[in-house]
Write a protein that binds this ligand. Structure first.
Ligand code: SAH
Length: 517
């Protein structure tokens, strides 16, 4: 039993596994801790899609590599955990796979125990089982093997492996070697020298469970050569045993409609998930860029004054919304400034509502307002044009939308002689975890992100601002509409445009461009 230390408000450490990469393989417990912990201490094997789930305001400490690419010594990591817990924080120590499978988790707990800091262990899905599974290799199978063994291929300081090959070969089970790419030749030779049949099936599996997973299957005799030809790098595992031959038939991950595809989604954090979920269900790896957060302009005296004037106006009046977020921020702000809906709608004249698209109209309907106008094609220019045609002469128009909203909306309205007030309700703010940003930049530069989705001009600006100076000409921008595309084009991206401005059409476009079938 751990004693609670009374000298300081003791924090607590959760030593948790984040699984091998696919975000869906996070346990519910770890996912919840990522939301609730005060600080997250994580290392290099955490995948970008998992990193992107960390709330932007959360404190994080990266202990993968020091600048200059030196690994952070284990003792230093142990100290960090102790220090943070001693500040009274709940600390999530996040590790790849399972924390006790070659994760040095045990070592990290020893110091906590000594310092009397309470801890919990949250097992994770280990790469040693999940990576073969995603390659179509069951680690056991009644017809071929009755055991599997997980072995480290990490060499000692003198370059030698401490593996008892004779015993391993006798076991006749499936052998899974972690940290084994560098020592592949020695491992395979060790098995052959101990009498293993050179024709035994073997596989090397790189970046398993991610969109970019690769599999090379061969035999113990030929694996090294084939792996070199394919240029297999880390992280990867080697699997040896008859079950490897099953991959030829049981492979599945890359066969999904969007299997092997990786997308970066830039959308306001608040409503990103429906698109992400649907792309994931089609097999894509989705990195949600948490950069683009909407921040209400609050307090908002400009809105307050404008609404007061609006109430007094005679004749036809229009409230115009250009995004679901705009709708929710608008109603939040009414509450904040204690403006009673009866006053707003009960003033002189009648208020009509226009929404740029179906999602915005649905958000309005959620507040009991059914839009009088939704343009045929969902974009700001069309909204302006159709409203100019529909609104009575002399109408008063109040547009409630993002700062720096699309310029195309205004000219048709002012041109028609309406009084137009364009009120900024919220702004988009960019904050990306620096490691995630580096990973995203690297993936973009290496062409490892198939498409980046944009659902408004402000997401384009947020993205480019967050990424900093870089060549974006290789980026394939999948845009919700013409105007968003024009914005992406300004930064040199290649553009694709959805059939209409809806999440359905975005999914359709991505499937059309990137489907495997
Ligand atoms: N605790 C981790 C293993 C840490 S050792 C676990 O349970 O999975 C690091 C090794 O794990 C890597 O060298 C590689 O062999 C393996 N590994 C981790 N993630 C992997 C992945 N996505 N694909 C292939 N190998 C992986």
């Amino acid at each position: 039993m751990l004693k609670q230390n009374t000298e300081y408000k003791t924090g607590k450490v959760w030593l948790a596994g984040a699984g091998p990469g696919d975000e869906g393989l996070l346990t519910l417990k770890t996912a919840e801790l990522m939301e609730t912990a005060d600080v997250i201490v994580y290392d290099a094997l955490i995948s970008p899609e998992i990193l992107s789930r960390i709330p932007t305001e959360k404190e994080t400490i990266y202990v993968g590599k020091h600048s200059g690419n030196h690994p952070v010594p284990q003792e230093e990591i142990n100290q960090i955990l102790v220090q943070e817990a001693k500040k009274g924080k709940s600390v999530l120590r996040l590790k790849g796979g399972d924390p006790f499978v070659f994760g040095r988790g045990g070592e990290e707990l020893e110091l906590l125990l000594k310092e009397e800091i309470p801890f919990e262990v949250v097992p994770g899905i280990t790469s040693s089982v999940a990576v073969p599974a995603y390659a179509g290799i069951p680690v056991t199978h009644r017809d071929y093997t009755s055991s599997f063994h997980v072995i480290t291929g990490h060499a000692r300081k003198d370059g030698k492996l401490s593996i008892d090959f004779d015993s391993l070969v006798k076991l006749n089970g499936t052998l899974v070697f972690l940290m084994s790419v560098a020592s592949m030749e020695k491992i395979l030779q060790g098995l052959l020298d101990a009498g293993m049949d050179p024709e035994t099936p073997a596989a090397v599996l790189e970046r398993g469970t991610t969109a970019k997973q690769r599999r090379v299957t061969a035999t113990v005799r030929t694996l090294k050569e084939k792996s070199d030809q394919a240029g297999i790098g880390t992280p990867a595992i080697i699997v040896v045993g008859k079950v490897c031959a099953l991959a030829e038939e049981l492979h599945w991950a890359e066969d999904r409609i969007l299997g092997g595809r990786r997308f970066l989604l830039t959308r306001p954090r608040q409503n990103i998930s429906s698109l992400a979920g649907r792309l994931r269900s089609l097999g894509a790896q989705v990195i949600e860029m948490p950069a683009i957060r909407t921040e209400p302009v609050s307090p908002n005296p400009i809105l307050e004054k404008a609404l007061e004037r609006f109430q007094e106006r005679e004749g036809e009046k229009w409230l115009v919304f250009t995004s679901p977020v705009g709708v929710s921020v608008f109603f939040e702000q009414l509450v904040e400034m204690k403006m009673d809906l009866r006053n707003l709608f009960g003033g002189a004249g009648r208020i009509k509502a226009a929404a740029i698209g179906s999602a915005t109209a649905a958000a309005l309907a959620g507040h009991g307002i059914f839009a009088d106008l939704v343009p045929q094609t969902y974009n700001a220019g069309n909204l302006g044009k159709e409203l100019a045609e529909k609104a009575a002469a002399g109408s008063h128009i109040l547009i409630a939308r993002a700062e720096q909203g699309s310029e195309e909306l205004l000219p048709p309205l002012t041109g028609a002689g309406f009084t137009v007030e364009d009120i900024p309700l919220y702004r988009t703010v960019c904050e990306v975890n620096p490691l995630l940003k580096d990973q995203i930049r690297e993936m973009l530069e290496n062409g490892e992100i198939d498409g980046v989705t944009f659902t408004s001009g402000s997401t384009v600006r947020g993205f480019t601002q967050a990424m900093g100076e870089m060549d974006l000409s290789n980026v394939s921008a999948v845009c919700i509409g013409e105007q968003t595309a024009r914005e992406a084009e300004k930064y040199g991206m290649r553009i694709e445009i959805a059939r209409e401005a809806s999440m359905d059409a975005m999914v359709e476009k991505l499937a059309e461009l990137y489907s495997n079938v």
